[in-house]
Write a protein that binds this ligand. Sequence first.
Ligand SMILES: C[S@@+](CC[C@H](N)C(=O)[O-])C[C@H]1O[C@@H](n2cnc3c(N)ncnc32)[C@H](O)[C@@H]1O
Length: 251
Amino acid sequence: MGLKPQKRQVANGTRSFEYATTAIFVTKILILLFIAHLSFSVQINDETISLQTQSKQSSSATSEDLDERVRRFLDSHRYSWRDMNISEADGRVLYDLIIKNKYTRALEIGTSTGHSAIWIAWALSKTGGKLITVEINEWRHNQARRNFEEAGLSPWIEPILGDAHEIVPQLPGPFDFVFCDADKEWYKNYLIAVLPKLVVGGCFTAHNVSGYRQYGIREFLDYLRSLPYMETTIDRSSWSGISISYKRQEK
Ligand SMILES: C[S@@+](CC[C@H](N)C(=O)[O-])C[C@H]1O[C@@H](n2cnc3c(N)ncnc32)[C@H](O)[C@@H]1O
């Protein structure tokens, strides 16, 4: 038997009311979910921003920490460089050249105990570069490694133990900064080996060129000045003299 019309109307009204209640409930849930999503996104963004700020702060703190560590190292070793090392004035010349030209691919021939390498690598830590440095004497090479560690500059230096006469011609390069400070009579040969690997705009520097009468130096400077694509000046910040030769074009 079917429902009477009056009862059917009541049943229909009740169902519509249930539908409406359910729809309102679902809408409320959706609104709540939407609000929750918004606040979650804001929270994530806040966290992201604060993480970014933290990482910026920590990277600048790291570079300041490194500067402080290198300065402390240089101060405490100021009077203990006894292995034919360059002077502080010459170290500053090398540092400034790298910073000014934003060099990043450096080679040193003649590490000794690492004074010049410390100045070079300190500059490279700011340009984002790396130094390869070659030394034949094992004791000096090991002492240099300890110094790089103490100064906090090891990550920017690859020290190689061996004979630069053999190693330098084998290095693939390219280089944009070279500091030559090993056996003077071989300077010209080092230059010849490195020139094809030196980028245009790069710089070949050599120490102790004021000793013009020293065997090898005259030959080296004469050869350098005969190359039309190399532009050479001599820095005399110290009595040693540093030749600074920019490669202006490909050979
Ligand atoms: C003047 S010292 C370098 C000083 C160093 N640049 C500094 O300022 O601390 C020269 C170094 O070149 C090294 N040397 C000489 N002939 C070499 C060669 N054929 N291969 C590698 N190193 C060499 C010497 O053992 C010596 O330690």
